[in-house]
Design a protein around this ligand. Structure first.
Ligand code: NAI
Ligand code: MG
Length: 356
């Protein structure tokens, strides 16, 4: 039987509760589709500070690097708010992303048909549901370019620089094509090529790379138009590839069209197939330990892991389908509506595993 090695970082707050449900569903997927997971449990965030004094211990780093993927819950909480800034749980997140070379951030914006009414977008625009993947460059661009403040002739100024090298663009664009190939094979490069030289280099790299992916339908869109189109007609998009700053803004916009924060998965990927998978929400200390957390974002992060790291598309599709069906039957408090059965975190995990 195929065996997959993953490091599990449950983290703080609701982290342990939601990760347990994702593991329940991953194990069920393995039984059904013929693979098995070996889990290495490690500490990250506040729990790591309590046990070792630092948010990203060496042992955690070593375990992550020795595995094929990482599943993360969430970190942080009021207990560690008075820690010095350099030793807070969130530092663990920045450190792990940098240490593992995670240069591509994948944020699906997905609306499951049973949750249509929770979206601020009109139901007739959503149709049978919505499924967009935003591939954001994560380690370059204006957030990392030359910056400064200055004074010239008595006038104060400040500047930041958008700067991308050919290899930086090449690897994220290639990732965009690879992920598009696993979806509907439509890739939109979002940029500002009418104004920015860096965007014109992105387009050149896109055109060159497209030759290697003849099956992918390529389009280009200016970022301001894209911001508008995401609300006007989001179903025109399949996969979007874009720079760090544009992806930051567009992925937050896209996440709001899907309704609840408890539904949104994400992945951060390195060269090759290694990836870190986590829900986009935080550790929700206000509801921790009460069985109220929605585990679906973490369960769907597990499905992304199967799709993007392990190439188990059929198993990933089956989990997403089970989630869709579960939503027609049961609801956690964050997505509760009359007419559905009210369930706890672990009952939601049970239902998805059962439907799977
Ligand atoms: P949050 O995402 O933890 O919570 C925001 C609101 O959404 C809360 O009302 C919470 O109860 C609710 N919520 C979040 N996830 C939910 C789920 N799965 N099911 C049902 N309801 C859910 O953001 P907040 O409150 O700003 O931060 C809390 C802590 O989490 C802080 O320490 C923050 O630094 C940390 N955090 C960690 C992140 C991570 O680990 N990636 C990301 C964001 C925040
Ligand atoms: Mg943001």
């Amino acid at each position: 039987m195929k065996e997959y090695n993953i490091t599990v970082l449950k983290g703080d707050g609701i982290g342990p509760e939601i990760v347990d449900e994702a593991i329940k569903v991953l194990n069920r997927a393995g039984e059904k589709f013929g693979f098995k997971f070996n889990y290495n449990y490690q500490l990250l965030g506040g729990c790591a500070i309590d046990a070792t004094g630092v948010p990203y211990p060496q042992e955690t780093a070593d375990a992550c690097k020795a595995s094929q993927a990482v599943l993360l819950g969430a970190v942080g909480g009021p207990k560690w708010d008075d820690q010095p800034g350099s030793n807070r749980p969130e530092k663990g997140l920045l450190a792990i992303r940098e240490d593992l070379g995670l240069f591509a951030n994948l944020r699906p914006a997905k609306i499951f048909a049973p949750l249509k009414s929770a979206s601020p977008i009109k139901e007739e625009i959503i149709g049978d549901g919505l499924d967009i993947l935003i591939v954001r460059e994560l380690t370059g661009g204006i957030y990392f370019g030359d910056r400064g403040t200055y004074e010239e002739n008595g006038v104060v100024g400040a500047y930041d620089t958008e700067r991308y090298t050919y290899p930086e663009i090449k690897r994220i664009v290639k990732a965009g094509f690879e992920y598009a190939m696993k979806r509907e094979k439509r890739l939109t490069c979002v940029d500002k090529a009418n104004v920015l030289d860096s965007s014109r280099l992105w387009r050149k790299v896109m055109e060159e790379t497209a030759v290697d992916y003849p099956e992918v339908e390529v389009s280009y869109m200016y970022v301001d138009n894209c911001a508008m189109q995401l609300v006007r007609n989001p179903n025109q998009f399949d996969t979007i590839v874009t720079s760090n700053i544009f992806g930051d803004i567009l992925s937050d916009e896209a996440s709001m069209i899907s309704g609840s924060i408890g539904m949104l998965a994400s992945a951060s990927l390195a060269e090759g197939t290694f990836g870190l998978y986590e829900p986009i929400h935080g550790s929700a200390p206000d509801i921790a330990g009460q069985g109220k957390a929605n585990p679906l974002a973490t369960i769907l992060s597990g499905a992304m892991m199967l799709r993007y790291t392990f190439g188990e598309a059929e198993a990933a599709d089956a989990i997403e389908k089970a989630v869709d069906t579960a939503l027609t039957l049961v609801r956690t408090p964050d997505i509760f509506e009359d007419g559905f059965a009210h369930v706890t975190t672990s009952q939601m995990g049970d239902k998805v595993a059962e439907l799977l």
